[in-house]
Design a protein around this ligand. Structure first.
Ligand SMILES: [Zn+2]
Ligand SMILES: [Zn+2]
Length: 331
């Protein structure tokens, strides 16, 4: 079977690997329809973070059809359409017992702890899969998982408290957050990205206003709910320079070096920071929400690429040379 394999930092290959479809009792064989490349896939490739086995087939944002089920699988059947619940949690630790699965002490992800969806087929445990309606386009369905991450980032948004939203970083999570918070009825939403071409394109395509940091604005017009969906420490500093006092920041990005952040600004302006680890209860919400956003979602998805093109697209994405917000693979 053809599969993308991540060996270590900066080493990814497309290989033909032996594949057996014999299943354990709790396992399910999925034929992958589409899989999305995530910022965290690039992060692992670039930094070597979260590589717990080698080689591993990445891909935690996938949709597909069930071909075969293990003897004890009862919530799913052959031909069902499914997506992955990317979080692999232990169900046993202090946080899992409190149902805070995204904070599990042993948390890992599909594609990291086991082989994921950048392949023709994938074998997953029943509990890692979520059945979806056959009326949902399988291409759009590959965005349900990142949509859950976006919904988690805006779970902190509250219409009665915040009126000006600023989204910094227009990758998939930033864009999906902007689209979702608009559905939640946010009064003012502005977007920002250091890539001006992307910023203008998304503003035009999805009808969002662009944030202008040079404009002189009064306190009540300053953004008071911000999302940092970048991987740059500069983005958080940018937000701190522009946010209203008492504002809140949802941090989704995976910046490593925060040594240049002026922490004093957070303290003096009474800023609240919320670290967004994956998602918790938002996956089912994302399934139903997808419908509302489907017109926009089809605009931000790339033409499907093949498995062979994945290494090339990893490099292009890292160099910020891809126009589309979400690159989708059709194995
Ligand atoms: Zn992801
Ligand atoms: Zn746990």
């Amino acid at each position: 079977m053809e599969a993308v394999r991540l060996y270590k930092k900066n080493l990814i290959k497309v290989e033909n690997i032996p594949f057996e479809d014999s299943l354990k009792d709790d396992q399910v064989l999925v034929e992958i329809a589409y899989a999305g490349i995530c910022g965290s896939d690039l992060h692992n490739y670039k930094t070597g973070c979260w590589i717990s086995r080698s080689p591993s087939t990445p891909g935690h944002e996938f949709s597909g059809k069930i071909l075969k089920i293990g003897k004890k699988v009862n919530s799913l059947k052959v031909n069902d359409h499914v997506i992955a619940d990317s979080r692999v949690f232990c169900e046993d630790c202090y946080y899992c017992k409190k149902k805070l699965y995204h904070l599990c002490l042993n948390l890992g992800f599909v594609g990291e702890l086991n082989d994921g969806g950048f392949a023709k087929f994938s074998i997953q445990k029943e509990k890692q899969l979520l059945k979806i309606s056959k009326s949902i386009d399988l291409k759009n369905a590959a965005l349900i998982e990142p949509l859950a991450v976006a919904l988690h980032a805006i779970s902190q948004f509250d219409n009665s408290k915040y009126n000006n939203v600023l989204i910094v970083g227009l990758g998939p999570i930033g864009v999906l957050s902007a689209l979702s918070v608009r559905e939640f009825g946010a009064k003012s939403i502005e977007i920002y990205d250091v890539n001006k071409h992307r910023l203008n394109k998304i503003s035009h395509q999805l009808n969002f206003d662009i944030f202008d940091p040079t404009e002189d604005i009064s306190e009540n017009e300053k953004p008071n709910f911000c999302i940092d969906a970048t991987n740059s420490p500069k983005a958080l500093q940018f937000i701190l320079n522009n946010i209203a006092k008492g504002g809140k920041v949802s941090l989704v990005g995976l910046a490593h070096d925060l040594s240049k952040i002026e922490v004093v600004k957070i303290v003096e302006a009474g800023i609240e920071l919320y670290g967004c680890a994956a998602y918790n209860n938002e996956l089912n919400q994302a399934v139903s929400f997808l419908n509302k956003l489907s017109n926009y979602i089809s605009k931000i998805i790339s033409q499907p690429i093949s498995l062979h093109e994945v290494p090339y697209y990893y490099e292009k994405l890292l160099k910020n040379e891809v126009e589309d917000v979400k690159v989708i693979i059709k194995p």
